[in-house]
Design a protein around this ligand. Sequence first.
Ligand code: AMP
Ligand code: MG
Length: 473
Amino acid sequence: MINFNNTYASLPNSFYEQETPALFTNPQMIIFNHTLAKELGMNVENISDEELTKIFSGQKILEGSKPIALAYAGHQFGHFVPQLGDGRAHLLGETNGFDIQLKGSGATSFSRRGDGKSALGPVLREYIVSEAMHALGVPTTRALCALKSGETILRQDGPEPGGIFTRVASSHIRVGTFQYFAARDETDNLKTLIDYTIKRHYDELGDLETYKEKSLGLLKALIESQSDLVAHWSSLGFIHGVMNTDNFSLAGITIDYGPCAFMEEFHFNKVFSSIDRNERYSFFNQANIAKWNVLRLADCLLSFIDDDQKSAISIIENEIIDLFNKFDEKRMKAFAKKLGVTDYTSADNSLIMSFLEYLENESMDFTLSFRNLPKLFNDDLNDYKQTAQLDEFIQNWKRRVKSADHLDKINPIYIPRNHQVEKAIRLAYEDDFSHFHELIKVLSNPFKAQHQTDHFAQPAKKEERIYQTFCGT
Ligand code: AMP
Ligand code: MG
């Protein structure tokens, strides 16, 4: 039994379009996440794989499910697009408060020129990376199911096998959802969205009465959750790649695994995405972009904050901008924790920066350089390039930190390295899913060194390196 309710579908009509997933005559199950299904309270024990395949390819719509495509707008790479929306996704409904959404399930009214489909590669990538993020403790959408759609679809490099992904999210409300209604001057819908968002994510704001209070409350809550999130990403070397406002969640979760990647050689301004030509979404710029995205939500709420735009802006300046230092503070705090500093103050910034600068100067692997810190602490320098900068760091570090023994619980050994993810996809295209399954297993336990899996911990060899990632949809 899978029970659905449809709180989003009970919102006014302009929030979504009712849509039916496309017909797929031969979808095939690759993986179903039974652990997650259990967490969601789904009872799928008595449902056969064949039946699950039908359900999660949109071929069988369960009683109570009302598939819809959500409306939203967004700033893409700084440029506003007043209508984006789910062009290749169907929200089946909610289970236990979580959205159950199919991706790659066919065209909708929001598809524009797209085919509404997804290639198998991005489906597998999202499955691997989102589940890895969850295991690493990062708030994220989850992966419930990945299927081969049974179709061949046309992409930039020619025909590719199609895939369908089931994404689970605490919601799909984005800054872009607010922008959709603000761009249309639909004040009542904005109010409805504010109330819905507070009800779904921010219980603590439930007693606020005026839309001024609610708007300010929401902005502050978003700063809190997104500054946590970006700090978490930073501490893992994660680069999202497309932090457009339509991919910026009001629930503070990581959403949309397109051209994302975990950095190997450390560089402050590292970029992977082929479409990010101006380093807008580079590793270290993510905190700035998050602030920019919060301000785009503020734009939408301005008229609730004060009738007079000037006063509204000055209220935002006084009440919101000051909080922006949380983005930088939490990020530094997260790095401090990785070095073993538990009582971070801004005086630690120079210690943190000196280590990161060393990593950048020597092109060191980000993940392993932190993972090997306990050895470094015990004077085993084998994993590090020995430079004067390193010596100086060690001296200052040992003055500040008394032990590095506990750091294995903070600094993971396994992250989804790009070449491993690409290998899983490459083999899957030859119908060999063994590497995909093995990778998922290793990444489900990222802090514990696992027997015979040392190669998963190693950075790409020169010939295996991936320099650019692509949206691939
Ligand atoms: P994303 O890059 O996944 O954030 O998507 C940005 C926008 O493009 C969203 O409105 C998507 O629904 C739309 N989109 C992406 N791929 C497709 C596709 N294959 N067909 C239709 N719309 C798409
Ligand atoms: Mg998106």
